[in-house]
Design a protein around this ligand. Structure first.
Ligand SMILES: Cc1cc2nc3c(=O)[nH]c(=O)nc-3n(C[C@H](O)[C@H](O)[C@H](O)COP(=O)(O)OP(=O)(O)OC[C@H]3O[C@@H](n4cnc5c(N)ncnc54)[C@H](O)[C@@H]3O)c2cc1C
Length: 375
């Protein structure tokens, strides 16, 4: 019998596995695909990390901790996981993005460069600022190498004694006489505690919570780029724009694939994440191309690569991080709503604390499951 079984070893499960192994737990991770893989929500080279969180200021204390833990992981392994290229954010002054960023920065006293039109055009020559829009630059932001982060957590977890079972599909879990029983298509495993990190499969592995999560298909595109200013090594930043046609974001060029860009808004419903359509969508692609033509005109319209990924959205698009209301020995991080990767270390630490310390020291009440069950 294991002390803990982690169900799903993707972005968050790999971090949980690591922190549990580091604490000395006898821990097993069960995963269908070999991590890191491109069948869930943690692939596609890069993920933005930022502190002035437009989604809600309550995430900021968690982000402070996440930054510290990413940095510790880099120190421990000698690997480069984070690139501090900064983040340029542009939107209407009365929109969702800029007021949200400013509110988080003000509440938590974060450093932010408020850019006048002159500053913008002098500093970010590869970008366009629409008339009447506001721009801010967060220096203490950048991106994470997503696959390398997952790989590192898994390797370090195994080095510290975690066991990993890859290639098995979890059919179900249950609690019997206080013991967790996990059935896969191959084996049965038992443990004292469970940590559930299901990504797009929350509907299956956390179905009894009855939270109506939605999975949507999202596209990532890489575009040929001749504009040297948009290369990371030349100071090209990550970017996020709120436009009348939705939110778009992207990354400076880091390799021969060029500039990566995508549409954050929208997405088509996914019925079965295992069968998600991985072909590109000409409508979505033309929207991203139009965004680039308008705002980063130095990037070519020619795509070099495309990938499909999935967002798992809760009704309010905030995470679901809690202990199971009926089984205190089961905790979970789910419904990360398209913005969860940067939090992987702090979510891993929270899941460790739920599992081994009977409660977390982090301020996460706003992410609890009761907000959906009490209505
Ligand atoms: C296109 C895109 C862009 C994004 N951009 C950002 C960003 O810039 N910044 C940011 O912070 N976040 C971003 N996100 C969100 C972030 O990547 C996700 O929230 C996070 O990676 C999800 O991690 P996870 O562990 O929940 O899911 P996953 O990494 O998908 O892990 C879940 C794992 O569980 C396994 N699993 C599930 N069910 C079973 C089963 N029955 N049997 C065996 N294994 C199972 C799956 O195989 C999978 O490996 C983005 C997401 C996408 C899709």
């Amino acid at each position: 019998m294991y002390d803990v079984i982690v169900l799903g070893v993707g972005g968050i499960g790999s971090a949980a596995l690591y922190y549990l192994a580091q604490r000395g737990a006898k821990v097993l991770g069960i995963e269908r695909f070999t991590p890191p893989h491109d069948r869930g929500s943690s692939h596609g080279e890069t993920r933005i990390i930022r502190k002035a969180y437009f989604e809600h200021p309550d995430y900021v204390p968690l982000l402070h901790r996440a930054y510290k833990l990413w940095s510790d992981l880099e120190t421990q392994t000698g690997k480069r996981l984070y690139q501090p290229v900064g983040l340029l954010e542009v939107g209407p002054p009365q929109g969702m993005l800029i007021p949200g960023v400013l509110q988080s920065a003000q509440t938590h006293n974060l450093e932010l460069d408020l850019l006048s039109s002159e500053d913008f055009h002098a500093r970010f020559t590869g970008f366009r600022l629409p008339e009447g829009y506001q721009a801010v630059f967060e220096r203490d932001a950048g991106f994470l190498y997503v696959e390398e982060c997952v790989r590192t957590y898994v390797q370090e977890a195994q080095r510290q004694g975690a066991q990993l079972c890859v290639g098995e599909s979890i059919q179900d879990w249950r609690i019997e006489n206080g013991i967790a029983i996990v059935d896969t298509d191959v084996n049965r495993y038992t443990a004292r505690r469970l940590v559930v990190c299901p990504g797009a499969w929350a509907v299956n592995l956390l179905r009894d919570l009855k939270v109506p999560v939605r999975v949507v298909r999202k596209h990532l595109y890489w575009f040929q780029n001749q504009d040297a200013r948009l290369r990371a090594e030349n100071g090209g930043p990550a970017f996020f724009y709120e436009t009348p046609w939705g939110c778009y974001y992207g990354f400076p060029q880091i390799n021969e694939l060029g500039v990566k860009a995508a549409r954050h808004s929208g997405g088509e419903a996914v019925v079965d994440p295992l069968e998600v359509d991985r072909s590109s969508d000409p409508v979505d692609q033309s929207q991203v191309q139009m965004f680039l033509r308008t705002h980063l005109p130095g990037v070519s319209q020619t795509t070099t690569h495309h990938a499909v990924c999935m967002y798992t959205l809760t009704p309010d698009e905030h995470f679901l991080v809690d202990r199971h209301p009926d089984y205190p020995q089961v905790s979970f991080a789910a419904g990360l709503s398209g913005h969860g990767f940067k939090f992987a270390p702090v979510l891993g630490e929270i899941l460790l604390q739920f599992t081994m310390d009977d409660g977390s020291c982090h301020p996460i009440e706003f992410l609890g499951v009761n907000r959906f069950r009490n209505n």
